[in-house]
Write a new protein. Sequence first.
Length: 180
Amino acid sequence: MFGNQDHTAFVSCSLHYEDRPVVDFFRGLLFENNIRPVTIGIDVPAKDEYEAARIAPEIIKGCDCVVAIQTKRYQMVNGAYKPSEWTLEEPRMGLDSSKPLYLFYEKGIEVKGANATSARTRTEFDRSALETQRGQTGSHIHRIRDELSQAKKMGLLATIGTVALIGAGAYALYRLWNRE
């Protein structure tokens, strides 16, 4: 269904109609960098927000990272904006599962809290200039891919090391028990 993608990213984003071009822009850049985006309501059906909240933790656990795309949703008294609540909750679920978080936020959003301080990168974007920011934003996503590749390589090396250690231990025990 998704082709040959090296990594998966749970993409937390607004599903409002007016935000769809922004979401599609970021999802496209992820695809271009061999990162398959997985979003509840786009790639994974959910009949309502309760089902979405129930399935999100398991879906996130199966992904390599969380990418939060925060767009303006609620204007605050000070003139700044807050994003959709989902783009605050889903990344927290990812942090609970020890998934790296990458945050892209629209200019004008007040970035605070655990997501802001725990994100590996925080990148501001201007909705009205997405195409002119394509190179810069693409380089951020390219770095995400490189980090994910490095993490997979380190995990593989750790697994190989563990297997080698177990094998060496088994061989040592065999030699010990079969002394002549």
